[in-house]
Design a protein around this ligand. Structure first.
Ligand code: PLP
Length: 429
């Protein structure tokens, strides 16, 4: 057994200082049991914990580390920026540079606003959609996560026509009732809802590939159908590409599936490991934001020079020729290997992969929506998670999180992972 005593000690103290000992709930390993590992350092495809154990990492700081951890060019860019000052609270040229890159790479973007997290991006995009349409209701999909803003921490009532319910104490029912939740990949349900309430719907927000209930790609026609519905009813289509942006393709899901959302939200990769979010889209919409327009949103640290520098260095490297082909091949090698390991052990799994993101469920599938995903054997996943950690592979501590590969995951790293998976799968039968 690996020694985790120092991690344990630090977490015991952390629980006295911070709720659950963490600053973001999923880090607490509640979904899989066991004690979280306290990380001392990360480099390339690996993380090292405070007890000195080294792990191949498929969490990648929940998405940002697409170049691998501590990429030398990103570190150099941050260091150079820091030497010129860590925050100005005034315009700086790196903001233009990152904005130009993002607008160039993302097909639907005409203007962009930088914020500090994915949550801020989605929250601000919703305000813009509501402000621009003068409508209050929003449509989201069961199993998609868009951060922790009040309007988005909402679960479906019983039936699509019913009002949304708060998904956390502290979310007022009066807010939640404006959030209408539908099953993912169900265009018929979306059509029925628009027929009934089309004039009250400000926007539809979705993950164009879902990464927050495992990994669920959109079925053919789903994204196109939502685009048409929004056009027909004067609603705004928002792609939450916080996870998929610069991840499922250089131009995100909108490039991969050739759909033009009105607004897009970003986070994770766009900041290269520093806290950056962004929202952007049609110029006529973006110009309704303050100070160009009347809809208010602001941020003391938004456009922070260190964060911009990390984002610029990351996107420039990602835009080099052949990068996404390489990431796709790495992901294929891994997921093919996982499928073979499961088949060899007689364990049913259902996999998905899109670009540099993947997932698998302990069930036959198919998995098209949240209800399907929740049929997975989470007990088996817990055992898989613990056994893979023991073999030096760090996978997300929940059946319902996507996995990520990076440019630092070379063939030898993938093959070592598959070798571990083959051994572990056999113990799960
Ligand atoms: N949207 C999606 C699709 C996400 O996956 C996340 C976070 O995981 C968010 C929004 C929220 O981003 P953040 O955690 O940066 O607030």
């Amino acid at each position: 057994m690996l020694d985790h005593s120092r991690s344990q000690e630090i977490m015991d103290r952390a629980r006295q200082l911070m709720p659950g000992g963490v600053n973001s709930p999923v880090r607490a390993f509640k979904a899989v049991g066991g004690n979280p590992l306290v990380i001392a350092s990360a480099s390339g495809a690996r993380m090292t914990d405070v007890d000195g154990n080294s792990y191949i990492d498929y969490v990648g700081t929940w998405g940002p580390a697409i170049l691998g951890h501590a990429d030398p060019d990103v570190i150099a860019a941050i260091t150079a920026a820091a030497q010129q000052g860590t925050s100005f609270g005034a315009p700086s040229v790196r903001e233009n540079e990152l904005a130009e890159l993002v607008i160039e790479l993302m097909p639907s973007l005409e203007k962009v606003r930088f914020v500090n997290s994915g949550t801020e991006a989605t929250m601000s995009a919703l305000r813009l959609a509501r402000g621009a349409t003068g409508r209050d209701d929003i449509v989201k999909f069961d199993g998609c996560y868009h951060g922790h803003a009040d309007s988005l921490l909402v679960k479906a009532g019983s039936g699509v026509e019913t009002l949304g319910l708060p998904d956390s104490p502290g979310v007022p029912a009066d807010f939640a009732k404006h959030t209408l939740t539908l099953p993912y990949n169900d265009l018929a349900a979306a059509k029925a809802l628009f027929e009934q309430k089309g004039k009250e719907i400000a926007c539809v927000i979705l993950e164009p590939v879902v990464g927050n209930m495992g990994c669920i790609p959109p079925v053919e026609g789903f994204l196109e159908g939502l685009r048409e519905l929004c056009d027909a009813h004067g609603a705004i289509l928002i792609f939450d590409e916080v996870m998929t942006g610069f991840r499922v393709a250089l131009g995100g899901a909108q490039a991969r599936f050739d759909i033009r959302p009105d607004l897009t939200c970003f986070g994770k990769v766009i900041g290269g490991g520093l806290p950056v979010g962004a929202y952007g889209g049609r110029a006529d919409l973006m110009d309704q934001m303050a100070p160009a327009g009347p809809i208010y949103q602001a941020g003391t640290l938004s456009g922070n020079p260190l964060a911009m520098a990390a984002g610029i260095a990351t996107l420039k490297k990602l835009a080099e020729p052949g990068v996404f082909e390489r990431l796709g091949k790495t992901c294929d090698r891994l997921v093919d290997g996982l499928e073979a390991a499961a088949a060899e052990a007689g364990i049913p799994i259902c996999t998905a992969r899109v670009g540099a993101m993947f997932g698998f469920y302990f069930q036959e599938g198919p998995v098209l929506n949240g209800d399907d995903a929740r049929k997975s054997d989470t007990g088996r996943f817990g055992k898989w998670h613990a056994a893979m950690l023991e073999k030096g592979v760090y996978v997300a501590p929940s059946q319902f999180e996507a996995g990520f590969v990076s440019l630092a995951h070379d063939d030898a790293t993938i093959d070592a992972t598959i070798a571990a998976a083959r051994e572990v799968m056999k113990t799960l039968a």
